[in-house]
Design a protein around this ligand. Structure first.
Ligand SMILES: [Ca+2]
Ligand SMILES: [Ca+2]
Ligand SMILES: [Ca+2]
Length: 188
C-alpha cells in the first residue's frame, strides 16, 4: 500500500473556512476518503461508479457530469479531498439554507445566478435517469405524470415574480414553503 498522504495545514484551513466541520471531523473524513480514493483524488468515472452502487437501476452518468462540474471547483478535472469534503459538508448540513443554496448552484448550469427553464429540464431529466424511475411530480395539491408539464408546473411555482427565471431567493423561499417541491427536485 502506498504511503498515506497527510493533509497539510493549508488544506485543513481551506476546509475549516468553507464548511462547518471541526478539525477532528476533517481528519476522520480524510481517512475514510483515502480508503475509496487512495491517491487522494476522485475522477469522474469513480464518481459515476459510486453512484451506480447506490442507484442500481438508473443511469447516473449525466447527473454525475453536472455534479462533478460543481464539486470540481478549480476545474482541473479531478475532485481533490478538499473539494469533496466541502461539498459533502454542505449537502449534509443541518441548515436548510445551505443545502438549498447548493442545490440552486447545481441547477444554474451556466452560472448566471438564475435558473432558466431549460436548465431545470436538463437537471431534472438527469436526476430521474439516475434514479431510474418514471417521473411523477407529486406536489401537495396536484400530481403531474407528464415530464414537460411537471417541470413547467415546478418552474411556475418557483418563479414567484413571473419574470421567466428563478433567482436564488425565489428558489429558497418556495422550496422551504413547499416541501413536496423539494422532494420532486430530489433536494428535500
Ligand atoms: Ca479539482
Ligand atoms: Ca442559469
Ligand atoms: Ca423570477
Amino acid at each position: 500500500m502506498a504511503d498515506k498522504r497527510l493533509l497539510n495545514d493549508e488544506e485543513v484551513r481551506y476546509i475549516l473556512r468553507n464548511s462547518f466541520l471541526v478539525e477532528e471531523e476533517i481528519r476522520q473524513w480524510y481517512d475514510t476518503f483515502q480508503v475509496d480514493c487512495p491517491d487522494g483524488r476522485l475522477d469522474k468515472q469513480k464518481l459515476i461508479e459510486m453512484h451506480k452502487k447506490f442507484y442500481k437501476r438508473g443511469s447516473p452518468e449525466d447527473f454525475c457530469e453536472l455534479l462533478f462540474k460543481l464539486i470540481d471547483k478549480d476545474g482541473n478535472g479531478t475532485i481533490e479531498f478538499m473539494e469533496y469534503l466541502v461539498a459533502f459538508a454542505i449537502m449534509t448540513s443541518s441548515d436548510p439554507n445551505e443545502r438549498l443554496k447548493w442545490a440552486f448552484k447545481l441547477f444554474d448550469l451556466n452560472r448566471n445566478n438564475f435558473i432558466e427553464k431549460s436548465e431545470m429540464v436538463n437537471v431534472v431529466k438527469a436526476l430521474y435517469e439516475m434514479i431510474g424511475r418514471e417521473c411523477s411530480f407529486d406536489f401537495e395539491d396536484e400530481t403531474e405524470t407528464d415530464f414537460e408539464s411537471g417541470v413547467k408546473s415546478a418552474f411556475d411555482r418557483l418563479d414567484i415574480n413571473h419574470d421567466g427565471h428563478i433567482s436564488e431567493e425565489e428558489f429558497i423561499e418556495v422550496c422551504k414553503k413547499v416541501p413536496g417541491l423539494a422532494k420532486v427536485l430530489r433536494i428535500g
